[in-house]
Design a protein around this ligand. Structure first.
Ligand code: URA
Length: 210
C-alpha cells in the first residue's frame, strides 16, 4: 500500500476548522467537500490520458483527454456521502456507486447492507470515499469487495486516519495494490474506537444527527 499524506497549508487550515466542535453541520459539509477536492488533486494524478485534437479560436493543437475505462467513485455509507459532492465536482466524468457496510456485533464480521455498483468493474479505477479510517475493518472489506468485482486499481480518500486503521490495511489489503490519500495521520483510537484528536462522529456532524 502506498500512503500519501497530503501536506498543504489549505488542507491544514480547513482541517483545523473541521476539527472544531463548534463548526456547524453546514460548515462541516462545506469544509469536507473542500478538503476532498484538495485530496482529489493528487489522487487523480495518474488517471490515463490520450492525445486529443482541439481547435482554438487561433489554430489547431493537440491537448489531452481522460482515456480508458470510466473511473468510479464509491462513497461508503453513511459518512462517505459527505465527500461525494466535492469529489464528483472535481471528477464529473466518473460514475458513482454506493456501498453500505456495517459490523455485525455478534460475529464482528463486516456485512454489506447496501450495494449499488455498475455490473462490470473490469479495468476501472475506483476512488473509495470515507472521511474516517478508524479500525480499518470496513475499508478492508470494501477493498476486497471491489477488487473481487473486478476493479483494476483502488484509491482510498480519507480525511483522518488512525495508525491502527493503516496497520489493518497493511495487514489485510497488502496484496490489493492500494493508494491511500489522507489529510492527517492522527494519534490513535480511543477505547470506543473514535479517532483522537479526530473529528468526532463524522456522519453525525455532516448530517446534524447525534
Ligand atoms: N467514525 C467516525 O465518524 N469518527 C471516528 O472517530 C471514528 C469512526
Amino acid at each position: 500500500m502506498r500512503i500519501h499524506q497530503v501536506d498543504h497549508p489549505l488542507i491544514a487550515h480547513k482541517l483545523t476548522q473541521l476539527r472544531d466542535e463548534n463548526t456547524t453541520a453546514t460548515g462541516f459539509r462545506q469544509l469536507t467537500n473542500e478538503i476532498v477536492q484538495l485530496l482529489a488533486y493528487p489522487a487523480t494524478a495518474k488517471l490515463p490520458t490520450a492525445p486529443k485534437s482541439v481547435t482554438t479560436p487561433v489554430c489547431e493543437t493537440v491537448g489531452s483527454e481522460l482515456s480508458g475505462e470510466t473511473p468510479l467513485i464509491v462513497p461508503i455509507l453513511r459518512a462517505g456521502l459527505g465527500m461525494l459532492e466535492g469529489m464528483s465536482k472535481f471528477l464529473p466524468e466518473a460514475e458513482v456507486g454506493f456501498l453500505g457496510m456495517v459490523r455485525d456485533e455478534q460475529t464482528l464480521e463486516i456485512e454489506t447492507y447496501a450495494e449499488r455498483l455498475p455490473a462490470d468493474l473490469t479495468g476501472r479505477h475506483v476512488f473509495i470515499l470515507d472521511p474516517m479510517l478508524a479500525t480499518g475493518n470496513t475499508m478492508v472489506a470494501a477493498l476486497h469487495y471491489l477488487r473481487e468485482a473486478g476493479a483494476a486499481s483502488l484509491s482510498c480518500i480519507c480525511i483522518v486516519a488512525a495508525p491502527e486503521g493503516i496497520a489493518q490495511l497493511e495487514e489485510h489489503a497488502a496484496d490489493l495494490d492500494v493508494d491511500l490519500y489522507i489529510a492527517s495521520l492522527d494519534e490513535g483510537l480511543t477505547e470506543t474506537a473514535y479517532i483522537s484528536p479526530g473529528l468526532g462522529d463524522a456522519g453525525d456532524r455532516l448530517f446534524g444527527t447525534s
